[in-house]
Ligand binder design. Sequence first.
Ligand SMILES: *Cc1c(COP(=O)(O)O)cnc(C)c1O
Length: 218
Amino acid sequence: MSVTENITSILNELENTKLICVTKTVNPERINEAIRAGATIIGENRVQEFEEKADSLLQCKKHMIGHLQTNKVKKAVEYFDVIQSVDSLKVAREIDKRARDAGIIQEVYIQVNIGNEPQKYGFKPDVIKKGIDEISSLKNIHVTGMMCIPPYVPPEQARPYFKEMKALFHDLLLETQRNDNIDLKELSMGMSGDYRVAIEEGATIVRIGSAIFGKRKY
Ligand SMILES: *Cc1c(COP(=O)(O)O)cnc(C)c1O
């Protein structure tokens, strides 16, 4: 199947759920094929890789979905419409500072380590409320969503993590209703292997790479 055919069939299937076309390791020609076929948002993991491709891309929205080192934040703020991978207070503060320097308000999602995995980035569920409280005081950040990458397990086994994420999202939505810097709308979860389960459990935006472009070659 071609990139065009894959995009077309996934977009048909998704209906109201938004698609982020994950383009790490994919060259600009193939990314542009996806954009021509109807993809409107791309997701990249590394600032430097994105920078090399940026000038060749057709118009689209850009989301940062990979862990950000502090020294890459300035460029990330320059390039990305949304930074989904806010996984610590430290990176949130740095984004706030760089956004202020640039005279913009940066849209971000908060990344949750929903499986409490030691090797993974993101706020653990038991500290997320405190984390969001502190982030909400940063004036140059606007929080519009939450993102998670559950443990790497077969799709049905990921379902409880998606459920828990949705419950957490709902709790925080209620708690932050009167906060001007937080407007939780998007729940970003689900990848090529498990996006159908994620949508059943409430994802509003899914991140799909290999089901569009085939297996990645690093
Ligand atoms: C690579 C990646 C994806 C897409 O993974 P696929 O299994 O290829 O769909 C989604 N989210 C993040 C954060 C990624 O790094």
